[in-house]
Ligand binder design. Structure first.
Ligand SMILES: [Fe+2]
Ligand SMILES: [Fe+2]
Length: 226
C-alpha cells in the first residue's frame, strides 16, 4: 500500500489515491464492456450497457479534469477490488450456456460493478466536500448519479424478468389475477414449480374452500339434528 511508504499524509493525498484507483477501475470497466455487450442477448440489456459505455468514457474525462485541477497527470493505480469483481463476472458469464440465464448473470455482474463505484464515488464526493473543493465534488457527484441511475435501470431489468413470469402469458394473466386476488402469489408460483398448472392450483383452492363449506354445512346439520 502506498501508505506503508508514507505517500499518503493528507486528505489531498487520500483523495488523489482514490482518484488514481477509480481512474484505473473505470478504464478496466470500459475494457470489459464490449464482452458484456457481445454476450448479452436481450436487446434492452445490450443497449443499456452500450449507453453506460458512453457514460463511462465521459466519466474518465471527468476524472482527467480532476487530475488537472490538482496539477497532476492522469495516472491509474491498480485496483485489485475492481479487477476481482470484473474477473468474477467474466468467469460466470463464460460458465452459463443458456442465453436468458447468461443475461441474468450479466445484470448481476454489472450491478456488482455499479455498487463498488457507488461506494467509492460516494466517499470521494464527501471527502471533496469536506476539503471545500466544490469543483471536484461536483464532478464526482455527476459520476455518482450516473452510476446510481445505471444501477436502478439494472434493478428494473432484473424485476421485469421476474414479473412477466409471474404474470405469464395471456391465459396466465387471469391466473395471476386470481392468484393475487386469493392473496397468495407464492402459492401459485409453488404450484407452477411443482408441475401443477395455474388453473389446477386455483381449482384446487376452490375445491378446498367448497370442501370447507360442505363440512360446515354438515356440522350445522348435525347440530340441528342434535
Ligand atoms: Fe463508472
Ligand atoms: Fe458504472
Amino acid at each position: 500500500m502506498a501508505g506503508s511508504q508514507g505517500e499518503i499524509a493528507s486528505m489531498e493525498d487520500l483523495l488523489l489515491h482514490g482518484l488514481q484507483d477509480m481512474y484505473y477501475a473505470e478504464n478496466q470497466i470500459l475494457k470489459s464492456m464490449p464482452q458484456m455487450i457481445e454476450k448479452a442477448s436481450n436487446p434492452k440489456l445490450k443497449q443499456m450497457i452500450e449507453q453506460h459505455q458512453k457514460e463511462t468514457q465521459g466519466q474518465i474525462e471527468r476524472l482527467k479534469k480532476v487530475f488537472e485541477m490538482h496539477g497532476q497527470e492522469p495516472r491509474g493505480k491498480e485496483c485489485p477490488a475492481m479487477d476481482g469483481i470484473i474477473r468474477e463476472g467474466q468467469e460466470v458469464m463464460q460458465e452459463v450456456q443458456d442465453p436468458e440465464l447468461r443475461d441474468v448473470a450479466i445484470v448481476g455482474a454489472a450491478q456488482a460493478i455499479e455498487h463498488y463505484e457507488i461506494t467509492r464515488y460516494g466517499t470521494m464526493t464527501a471527502w471533496a466536500q469536506e476539503m471545500k473543493r466544490r469543483d471536484v465534488a461536483k464532478l464526482f457527484k455527476e459520476i455518482l448519479e450516473q452510476e446510481k441511475a445505471t444501477d436502478k435501470k439494472l434493478n428494473q431489468m432484473a424485476e421485469s424478468r421476474v414479473n412477466p413470469k409471474a404474470s405469464g402469458s395471456r391465459s396466465g394473466s387471469s391466473g395471476s389475477k386470481r392468484a393475487s386476488g386469493g392473496g397468495s402469489r407464492k402459492k401459485a408460483a409453488a404450484a407452477r414449480k411443482s408441475g401443477g398448472g395455474r388453473r389446477s392450483a386455483s381449482t384446487g383452492r376452490k375445491s378446498s374452500s367448497s370442501g370447507r363449506k360442505t363440512q360446515s354445512k354438515r356440522k350445522a346439520a348435525s347440530r340441528k339434528r342434535a
